[in-house]
Each structure stands twice: as C-alpha cells, then as structure tokens.
Design a protein around this ligand. Structure first.
Ligand SMILES: Cc1cc2nc3c(=O)[nH]c(=O)nc-3n(C[C@H](O)[C@H](O)[C@H](O)COP(=O)(O)O)c2cc1C
Length: 323
C-alpha cells in the first residue's frame, strides 16, 4: 500500500486503491476492518451508527466509532431521520477525527427505513438536500452518502438523489444497485450504478454482487466507477482485497488469519463479546475444504475461543497428515 498513487480524492482526502470493505453492521468492526485494510481495502467505513445514540453517548454506539490510525482514511457512517439530529450527531463525533462522515441512505430494515432513516430518506429528496446542505456547511470534514436505487421498482429515483447530493455539497456517492423493496433479492443493477457515475462529477463507488477479484474489474469496466465496495463476499475472504482467488489461499493461511482475527476481537471487545462476534465470522472462513460442513457446524456451536482454535488446529493437522 505504501507509495501507491491516489486512485481518487474525496474532496481533499486521497484514496489509494479501488476496492473497499463495505460497511456491514455486525461485521465491519475495527478487528475485521483492520484485517481488510492491511490486505488492500482502500479505506475503512464503520458499521452504521444511530445519530440519536451518538447524541446520548451510548457506549456500544461510541465503540463502533473507534479505529486505528492504520485504517485511515476512516469514514464514520451515521444514520438518522432529519437534519437536526444528524447535524448534532456529526458535530459531536467530528472531534474524534474521522477523515469523512457518511450518511446511510440504504438501510432497508423496517425499523430504520419506515422511520424515515436509512433508505427511508430516498423518499424525501428535499430532506436529503437539507441534510447535506447543513452537514457540509457545518462540518470541516467531507460529507458523503451511501444510497440504494430508490424505495421500490416504481420509485427508482437514484439519478435525482445523486444530483441532489452533488448540488448539496456531497463529496462522494456510494450506490448499492438495489431498491429498498428488494432487500438483497435479485441481481444488483450495474447499469444504474453506471448511470449515477455518468450523472455526477464527484467520485462514485459501486456496491452489489462483487464476489471475486475479476468482478472488481468487471464492475469498474461496466460502470466506470472510481471504486467498488465488497460486502458479503469479503466475510471469510479478506484476501479478495489482495486480489487473490479464495481457492489459492491455503488452509494454513486461513488458520493463521483466524488466529489473528480472534486475537484482535478478544483484545477489542474482551473475552465474552469478542468470542461471540468472532464466531459469526469463523464458519465463513471454512471454504472449499474436505468435510467443510462438519467443521462449519462444529465452529458454529463452539462455546469458547480456545475450543474454536483447537478445532481449527486439529483439522489443520489432519489435513497435513492426509496431504
Ligand atoms: C450483514 C450486512 C450488514 C450491512 N450493514 C450496512 C451498514 O451498516 N451500512 C451500509 O451502508 N450498508 C450496509 N450493508 C450493505 C452493504 O454495505 C452492501 O451495500 C450490500 O451488502 C451489497 O454489497 P455485497 O453484494 O458486496 O454484499 C450491510 C450488508 C450486510 C450483508
């Protein structure tokens, strides 16, 4: 990563690289972000963080905003339903020195979107304009937005929203190529992502269905985006950021990565929570090896961190004997 020329700028913040770990609640925490960033993810987006929780100073919420200097550029992603709450939350977290603050306009969960936050904002472009005007006038850091294509098939207003964002001072737009109503169903619409790129001058990041190193280039070529985000396909496969095919990663490397990930999680969250959060990732690391299902099930039911690593080490030893 050292000495890489910037691929693009978020206002004045250089970004080196064109593949970024997508913000994923429950997954893109400091331990996993650090691993992905080290392997080549170009910047670090936090999990989304509720603006009202920031205002109340909730500890679990503030923990989501911790990061290491090696992760920079760091993007704090916040969500909320109106410009007053979002601006107040952003004002409080700017002193923590993120490089960028991002507003989530993509979360499709009803308890967020039906309250007007996340993808709920897509139904109110005028409110998006107010939010971004206010944030960009009051913050020193660049402000960016992550959107979906619209609320539903009959309301795909991504071009309108993209133009509103640019006109209201946003410094980058990330686009997940699905509507709120789709959730994760169907294929991400890369044509639409390309239309957003063509419609604005600020950088655009594409998101949805990038699953392999070849897909990174495919999406870039198809849409012209400045960078792509990788979400689900990075869980259990941070090597995608090093442009490595998953099948070329040896089980020895997988076991070493699991050890590193577990130790970062235990250090960051403490023993109990660290183990529970790591276990979500553990079974995803098991890919294309003999008896994968049995090992995945065993990992999913492990009760302690030691048990997880014993299982992995025993399995590794067996593989080496049979190799
Ligand atoms: C478990 C999970 C949690 C997510 N949490 C967030 C989030 O906090 N903020 C956000 O902007 N997008 C979130 N997303 C959406 C992803 O950033 C991404 O846009 C989407 O998963 C499509 O990309 P993919 O096909 O590479 O997974 C989440 C997705 C998943 C699967």
């Amino acid at each position: 990563m050292v000495n890489m020329a910037p691929s693009f700028y978020v206002r004045d913040i250089p970004v080196c690289g064109d593949a970024i770990l997508a913000p994923m609640s429950g997954y893109s925490d400091l331990p996993f972000r650090s691993i992905c960033r080290e392997l080549g993810s170009a910047m670090s987006y936090t999990e989304f963080v509720p603006a009202p929780g920031i205002i109340h100073g909730a500890e679990a919420v503030m923990r989501r905003l911790m990061f290491t200097p090696a992760e920079r550029p760091v993007v704090f992603q916040i969500f909320g339903a109106d410009e007053i709450t979002l601006a107040e939350a952003a004002r409080r977290i700017e002193p923590l020195q993120p490089d960028i603050i991002d507003v989530n306009m993509g979360c499709y969960a009803d308890d967020v979107a039906l309250h007007g936050a996340g993808a709920g904002l897509l139904r109110e472009p005028a409110k998006i304009a107010r939010i971004f005007t206010r944030l960009t006038q009051t913050l020193r850091v660049p402000v960016t937005g992550k959107i979906r294509l619209g609320w539903e098939a009959a309301a795909r207003n991504y071009l309108e929203v993209a133009r509103v964002l640019e006109e209201s001072g946003a410094s980058l737009i990330a686009v997940h190529g699905r509507t709120k109503a789709q959730g994760y169903r169907g294929e991400a619409d890369w044509e639409a992502i390309g239309e957003v790129k063509a419609a604005v001058r600020i950088p655009v990041v594409g998101s949805g269905d990038v699953r392999s190193p070849a897909d990174i280039e495919r999406m870039k070529n198809h849409t012209g985006v400045d960078a792509v985000m990788i979400g689900r396909a990075a869980i259990g496969n941070p090597w995608i950021f090093a442009r490595r095919e998953r099948r070329d990663v040896s089980f020895g490397e997988v076991a070493a990565m699991m050890r590193q990930h577990l130790s970062l999680a235990l250090e960051f969250y403490g023993a109990e929570r660290g183990f529970i959060l790591f276990r979500r990732h553990a079974h995803k690391y098991i890919f294309a090896v003999p008896m994968a299902d049995a090992l995945r099930n065993a990992l999913a039911n492990a009760r302690t961190a030691e048990e997880v690593m014993e299982m992995v080490e025993e399995y590794q030893a067996k593989l080496e004997v049979t190799a």
